[in-house]
Design a protein around this ligand. Structure first.
Ligand SMILES: Nc1ncnc2c1ncn2[C@@H]1O[C@H](COP(=O)(O)OP(=O)(O)OP(=O)(O)O)[C@@H](O)[C@H]1O
Length: 576
């Protein structure tokens, strides 16, 4: 309410702005409509005629798709007409302005743009690398067919490399979308801790894709986000609370990659559909820099996942290095000895549509991934309050058929927690942590075996059992060539148990609940997969209590916990 004449109340951005009428976008065969819509704003896109797809997943005709905080493209092979209209604005949590905070570059400008539906930017592009990408899909499909026909071969294990914003994740989505469309069930591995896949940032995951990708939600929903119209995916999640895989010389990253690869290999050994469809591995852009550490990490991934196809996008230099190091070299898989399987390196064009996403936009993406983990994907429609969060309720479907979760808060006694923190220095690290890192403390082991298995315990057909209840699998590791890798894993992980006094720095950060018991060895804690996450909403130093938010009710399991102090770091405005 404003006093007459004083004009104290400012008109909201939305009321200053009249939504543009729906626009029709006509696409010729082989072209795409590229659009950018800021956080806090939505557009609705409907396919009126023809066929169209978003990063390899087909749009259904006449269904309205809502996008917010998205930079993407809708491609058509045969031509189509789209209807684009402005959707409702959505309230953002504390500390956020529409547009993902930023007012330039990737952020989006903070108010509706003047493109169709209020997009910050939108245009039709006739030149796209989609034919190249489709050809890769057909080549992979041939390999899958060969694996299905027998002869000892496995399906393709694909590694996608390239600098930042080269379109690696988009290509992974396209290849996954095309594979699921022909009823394949590839395992998609995300090795980019900067952005989560079906999980929060700071996680490395593997997911068997049996059904289509969610058009609006990027990769879709994992079960922790409640019921969903598109079938949920069940990712195997490991916590890597650092933004760059190269932190601490890549020791922790390599160890977790080995665990993940071991689980994926186990899955392939027992699931024929997954074995035939193969693996698609998405990586962080920083590995595309070609530094010695980056090359060592790439080598580790290639060895552990027995990569058979390396796709390099947007970097001639990296492509040439990969050709030199790997083209026509035998893969490291056990069956290579029998099938004479060799690595192929392929160069792919970067799409002209790839956009750089500035820090602010990435922060908004990351925060929205975390928010939807706790509140469901309609969370942006309401600013959550701690009071609402403390009530117990089942997930409910809102009018927009999105899911609203009601997370629960509980108090934890700090003294009873087995909470660990990584002590590795990184570029984004606070000064006070720098001296915690002592490289001499970490002996570089001489274990070259997958999963860092101790050589003394190793026999050629050894059987190990993974710890996750829902993923309990028997892993049979067969012959493995130690000379095939130069990498090693850390014997003693740089993990330190948090001791009193309780630090206020825990406020507004994430804590991962591992499957490891509270008194497990550090290596087991590091290498354990993750049950879920809690968010620390309040710290009471005096009483030594933490108030945490969890997506589901019930007592906090007595397991070892890992603090996401450095990454994803502080997430303000989630509650309160
Ligand atoms: N053809 C396209 N048209 C419009 N936007 C696109 C297109 N291809 C990719 N993008 C967008 O460009 C951005 C960068 O693409 P993508 O995430 O695939 O790159 P990346 O190489 O995986 O990046 P990073 O190294 O940061 O993980 C994303 O927002 C993506 O949606």
């Amino acid at each position: 309410m404003s006093l007459p004449g004083l004009e104290l109340a400012e008109a909201s951005v939305e009321s200053q702005y009249a939504a543009p009428p729906p626009t029709q976008v006509v696409l010729r065969p082989g072209s795409e409509w590229r659009f950018e819509i800021a956080f806090g704003l939505t557009i609705q896109v409907k396919l009126l005629t023809g066929t169209a797809e978003l990063f390899g997943t087909e749009l259904a005709q006449s269904q309205s798709y809502t996008f917010s905080g998205t930079k993407a493209a809708i491609y058509t092979w045969h031509g189509c007409t789209l209807e684009v209209s402005a959707g409702e604005g959505v309230a953002l949590p504390n500390g956020f302005a529409p547009g993902g905070v930023s007012t330039e570059g990737g952020g989006g400008g903070g108010a509706r743009g003047y493109g169709a539906g209020g997009c910050q930017s939108e245009y039709v592009a006739e030149e796209t690398p989609m034919v190249e990408y489709a050809n890769i899909h057909f080549a992979l499909e041939t390999m899958r067919q060969e694996a299905q026909d027998g002869g000892g071969r496995d399906g393709p294990r694909v590694l996608i490399l390239g600098p930042e914003s080269a379109g690696k994740t988009s290509l992974a989505k396209i290849l996954t979308g095309y594979a699921t469309k022909v009823d394949r069930q590839p395992v998609v591995v995300n090795l980019n801790p900067a952005e989560g896949m079906l999980s929060v940032p700071g996680t490395l995951t593997a997911t068997a894709f049996r059904s289509m990708i969610d058009i609006e939600e990027g990769w879709g929903n994992s079960p922790m986000s409640g019921p969903s119209p598109v079938p949920v995916k069940l990712p195997l999640v490991y916590f890597y609370p650092m933004k760059s895989p190269m932190d601490g010389e890549g020791g922790v990253f390599k160890s977790i990659v080995s665990r993940l690869a071991l689980s994926v290999t186990a899955r392939m050994a027992e699931d024929d559909d997954a074995r035939e469809a193969g693996v698609i591995v998405d990586t962080a852009g920083i590995l595309g820099q070609g530094t010695p550490t980056a090359l060592e990490l790439i080598h580790h991934i290639i060895t552990e996942f027995s990569i058979s196809t390396i796709l390099v996008m947007g970097s001639e230099r990296l492509y040439s290095t990969m050709v030199k190091n790997y083209e026509q070299k035998p893969t490291s898989s056990a069956s290579a000895a029998h099938s004479d399987e060799r690595i192929t390196v392929v160069k792919l064009s970067k799409s002209g549509g790839c956009v750089d996403r500035d820090e602010a936009f990435m922060k908004a993406i990351n925060d929205s991934q975390i928010r939807s983990y706790f509140f469901g994907n309609a969370a942006m429609a309401t600013t959550a309050s701690a009071a609402a969060a403390s009530t117990m309720a089942l997930p409910s479907i809102s009018s927009s058929s999105k899911i609203t979760l009601s997370p629960h808060t509980q108090q934890l006694d700090f003294d009873l927690l087995a909470l660990y923190n990584y002590t590795i220095s990184s570029s984004s690290l606070d000064e006070d942590d720098e001296d915690e890192y002592d490289p001499s403390q970490f002996t570089t082991g001489d274990s070259y075996l997958p999963g860092g298995i101790d050589p003394s315990d190793y026999t050629p057909s050894q059987t190990t059992t993974t710890t996750e209840p829902s993923q309990t699998t028997t892993v049979t590791t067969t012959s493995y060539d130690p000379a095939a890798t130069t990498s090693s894993t850390l014997e003693t992980p740089p993990l330190k148990k948090l001791t009193p006094p309780l630090t206020l720095a825990l406020s507004n950060t994430l804590i991962a609940i591992t499957y490891a018991p509270t008194n497990a060895p550090l290596k087991d804690i590091q290498d354990s997969s993750i049950m879920g996450f809690v968010y620390v909403s309040d710290v009471d130093v005096e009483k030594k209590k933490l108030r945490v938010l969890a997506p589901v009710g019930g007592r906090m399991p007595a397991k070892a916990l890992i603090w996401g102090k450095k990454w994803p770091g502080e997430v303000v405005g989630l509650v309160g």
